[in-house]
Design a protein around this ligand. Sequence first.
Ligand SMILES: [Cu+2]
Length: 134
Amino acid sequence: MKNNTLIAATLACLALTSCGASGPSTDIDLTMTDFQFTPNSFTIPAGQEIALHVANTGAVAHEFVIFKLGTDAGDEFDEGDQQNVYWKVEALPGQSATLTFTAPTEPGEYSVVCGIPGHIMAGMVGKLTVVTGE
Ligand SMILES: [Cu+2]
């Protein structure tokens, strides 16, 4: 019976951890497909180091581009948008990786897009919400 108690305690810990995921998280699990981010909405704490676990399960390359506050790409990501990029990563088809970036210090809603031509129009957009800690 002692073993069963240990298992129950472990399960309870796991449940607590997943409950915490609904608030701001320093870990983002992101899947990129043709042509969608899953999930497409993220909440992270301002100024902290964020670990992005990204997997491209699609058939073509995709990008995860975070725009600076108050900017976005519009319908198409082009050269003029480069100056507004806060952080970006590209993943080839079948590729997965964990990368880190520092969250913006300013709270707000940041635009996220895939910068590959045509992918914004196809639906590869998301929202990154930065919140200050209590
Ligand atoms: Cu894409």
